[in-house]
Design a protein around this ligand. Structure first.
Ligand code: ATP
Length: 241
């Protein structure tokens, strides 16, 4: 179902994550295989406790997998052990995170919240601000660029958080319940923007969700069951919002 003409941005082979040891051990992931291609927005579904957050955390180098292999953009980053020395650099340059709550810095304005990341990665102030403004235009929020975080609506704040995740143009975005705080219409707006951004910047995006409203937007999805990921075709509907 995926486009095999290109190298996957994310490839997981037999990914295992065990918490604890002995009789109290929990094997949250029992051998997950998954591929996500540049320009794709893929859903990750499953009941509570099935291992969705664990999978995102392993992929984002937030926790250590127990076994298996992770290949990002053709580079093996984990093969029964981390294959790169600087995991902070991996998180900063190659992976963007979007959470349920925007977690923006309240004493900075919208632009500063986004431009901070490219600046930390060594870009100039001017270049970083220009990057924030480009993303705000795509996300239709340029008119709020100078606003304080407390002045933004929930939907606007979430769009600033999406711009922040894209600020360093990472090839991968991991989104954990990004539409949870939003109503149905705004959820669909966010999904249509993520799809647009994925295509425009060739980003591979994984969206963990329980939101029935956005499930029809995925062209492809994985359901986690019994510690494994099962691939399904989605409806891939784009909604007029
Ligand atoms: N730090 C931990 N120590 C021990 N067990 C854990 C830990 N974190 C998660 N687990 C267990 O691993 C399993 C998967 O948890 P995870 O949080 O990944 O599920 P989830 O699909 O994200 O759930 P939800 O939809 O409720 O957020 C669960 O059985 C959970 O209890």
């Amino acid at each position: 179902m995926a486009n095999h003409a290109e190298k996957p941005a994310i490839k997981l082979e037999g990914l295992v994550k065990r918490y604890g040891s002995g009789s109290s051990a929990v094997e949250a992931l029992k051998g997950v295989d998954m591929e996500v291609y540049p320009g794709e927005v893929v859903g990750l579904l499953g009941p509570s406790g099935s291992g969705k957050t664990t999978l995102l955390q392993c992929l984002g180098a937030v926790i250590d997998p127990t076994a298996g292999r992770i290949t990002l953009g053709g580079d093996v980053t984990f093969d029964d052990d981390w294959k790169i020395s600087d995991l902070r650099e991996l998180r900063r340059d190659r992976i963007g995170f979007i959470f349920q709550a925007p977690y923006l810095i309240p004493f900075l304005d919208a632009t500063e919240n986004v431009s901070l990341l490219p600046m930390l990665a060594g870009k100039s102030n001017k270049e970083s601000t220009a990057r924030a403004m480009d993303l705000f235009k795509v996300l239709d929020i340029a008119h709020r660029a100078g606003a304080r975080i407390s002045e933004l609506s929930g939907g606007e704040a979430q769009r600033v958080a999406i711009a922040r995740a894209l600020a360093n143009n990472p090839p991968i975005i991991l989104a954990d319940e990004p539409t949870a705080p939003l109503d149905g219409k705004r959820s669909l707006t966010v999904m249509s923007m993520l799809n647009e951004l994925a295509v425009q910047y060739r980003t591979a995006i994984i969206v963990v969700t329980h939101d029935d409203n956005i499930i029809p937007t995925f062209k492809r999805l994985y359901r986690i069951r019994d510690g494994r990921a099962h691939e399904e075709a989605g409806e891939g509907r784009s909604f007029e919002v």
